[in-house]
Design a protein. Structure first.
Length: 250
């Protein structure tokens, strides 16, 4: 793939189209010249994903949005922090799939011994911890802290969001001995530089981290292993399943 244009789909987990565009723009800003980033908004689901019910719903909605996309692509990014569904996408697709939660943690561990995540509401903390544990990335996580702001509040008032995130980030650095901060929500895309200036430590935005990892996987010619865990689903009748591939009748 060296030298070939890359096309990456980045799927928002919620149905707020303006947030999809913010996420897409952040990914595009960090993508290499010639890489095309296409944002996808699910056709159904919650306007913001904050909890397990909405997360499981989003997992199906994101799979639906991706398989309905009628065009070529080289990689997929799931832009939800701590959300479910990445494994399902890996079964359905042959191209690399990158989750922003895991991408942020993996990047953070390359530049510091420990990292902390600053997310939205406190109810998201256990879900993020579970996602990191499942991915084998929790051991070097110093803490997961809540800013107290909802996902939609991040978009509505970025200045207030920065203030709340910085407060928790400084507590993580000074109290939890974190050396790197991960922004724990796709809706925080684009705030990384302001948080870094205020805290003085490396700050990893999962969207930016995911697009650079996705590009690397494509250029290395690496795809998801299909020999066992992420083997393509066996053909069978699934009654009422909402996912329809592009070009098929729903």
């Amino acid at each position: 793939m060296t030298g070939q244009p890359i096309r990456i789909l980045i799927a928002n987990v919620n149905t707020t189209a303006s947030m999809t565009e913010t996420i897409r723009a952040q990914a595009a800003a960090y993508a290499s010249p010639g890489t095309e980033v296409i944002g996808l908004t699910p056709a159904f689901g919650a306007e913001s994903v904050e909890g397990n019910f909405e997360s499981y719903l989003a997992a199906v909605a994101v799979m639906d949005a991706v398989v309905r996309y009628d065009g070529p692509y080289d990689a997929v990014i799931q832009a939800g922090y701590g959300e479910h569904g990445r494994e399902g996408l890996q079964e359905l697709l042959d191209v690399p799939v990158v989750d922003i939660t895991e991408a942020a943690a993996q990047m953070a561990m390359l530049v510091g011994r420990s990292y902390s995540v600053v997310t939205t509401l406190d109810r998201a903390v256990p879900q993020i911890e579970d996602r990191l544990k499942l991915a084998g990335l929790l051991d070097r996580c110093a803490s997961v802290r809540a800013s107290g702001l909802s996902v939609l509040e991040l978009e509505k008032d970025p200045d207030r969001a920065v203030e709340a995130i910085v407060e928790q980030a400084l507590t993580a650095v000074e109290g939890d001995r974190a050396e790197v901060i991960c922004l724990g929500c796709g809706g925080m895309a684009g705030l990384d530089r302001r948080i870094k200036e205020a805290t003085g430590v490396p700050v990893v935005d999962g969207v930016a981290a995911a697009v650079t990892l996705a590009e690397s996987l494509v250029r290395l010619g690496l795809t998801t292993s299909k020999v066992r865990t992420y083997a393509t689903p066996r053909p069978k009748v699934i009654t009422g399943w909402p996912i329809t591939r592009a070009g098929e009748n729903s």
